[in-house]
Design a protein. Sequence first.
Length: 487
Amino acid sequence: MVAINIIFLFLFLILWIKTKRYDIESIQELDDKVHPLKKMYPLGLYLCDKTPLKGLLDKIIYIDDSLKALHVGEPLNQVKRIYICKKVVLTVVILLLTNLFALGYAIKEENIIFNGSYIKRPGENEGSKSITLDVLVSEDNGPILEEEITLEVKEAEYDTQELERKFAYGKQYIDKKVLGNNVNADEIRTNLNFVTGIPETKIRVSWETNNIKLIDKDGTVYNKSLLNSELVEVTATLSYKDTKELYTMFFKVFPKEYTKEELVRIRLQEILREEDINSKKETVFKLPNSIDEQKVTWAEKEDHTTAILFIFGTLAGVLIFIIMDQNLISLVDKRNKEMLMDYPEIINKFTLLVGAGMSLSNAWIKIAKDYKEKIAKKRFAYEEINITASELMLGTSEVIAYERFGRRVKLLPYLRFSSLIAQNVKKGSGELLNQLELEAAEAFEERKELAKRLGEEAATKLLIPMVLMLLIVLSIIMVPGMLSFGL
């Protein structure tokens, strides 16, 4: 499996390098906020155009109507190509992250059972560990027992001889490490290294001293104010389960002797404190450039923090591919609700203009013109009206233009409206104004029902936050009371 992960990453890298500049012109004008993965779109476009994926994507037509509704006046082929590319790129990114995570997990993970029937015990100082295995007990006639079993595997214990060797090794290790930066036990000037355990063993070490004011239990040496050398007895207790062994040492502590580095550090701290005091009323703090003829160079500390998050799996990639279509459906639903809310206003304007003596086409063009001049925010219904107005001004037949409008919008009230005025253009009718007035009245009633339904939906969505707020209030009231009773 590791080989497959590596091959996938290698192929992805080659493909990304190869397609880095592919059809770059198609994506230059895309909004970075809407398309955060735009830099990977060349790869997505290449996969859509040059692989068997192209034939499959050409068959995806169920999103065409939604895309046309959301991208009024834009070429469907280009809009659809970018939308599919966005889905493909997001899926590729999910697969890439999943592959990296799987590769890291495979490298880290090791087999529990080896040589068919052996389990490695926990290492030194790791304690017991639980292992879940599938067990199958069978005979010639078939399986007798087949189930999941959890084993508690304990670390191996030392026998007497091994423990003696480990204690001896522990004392040697203490002798090697205890001095720290000191040269020998007869001249201790810096902290001692009191180890708490012996590496590669299960032995723990605790410490006691007969003069805790000079040498603490953690090996800290307090000799800054010491005037004369003093001898200190230190006892290390090596323990393994119930077995203990004492190891006594003697150290002669001398007054602290500062190294050149420590003297420079102390001097630097003094200069910084003086500068802090002297510049309290100034807006800047000057760092020293030298310390007693020694050059000082300052630099900001670099941040080398890196984080790689491996979150999604292959299934997540497929789900994202599907969820994006759900989001598209949601946007279309929002568009439809907006158009239904605008319908009463539109038909009322149209009725007033026709009633004032305007022809149908002039009334239509007037509504589109007012929208472009007065309304700053994009409204889908008016955008569709504007397209039809442009067709009328270019000489398109009124009947064809109105019928196209209805087919593009695909909402029942607009279909009734477009059909009503198209029929009037074809056959003529003196009842058109009355019919428009009836349609306007009906539209306002439908708008009331729609507003009521939207209000109910909003109230339902607010129910969960209200319940959460209630739980928080109850917690604020009840928790102090429960604590006061010791519950």
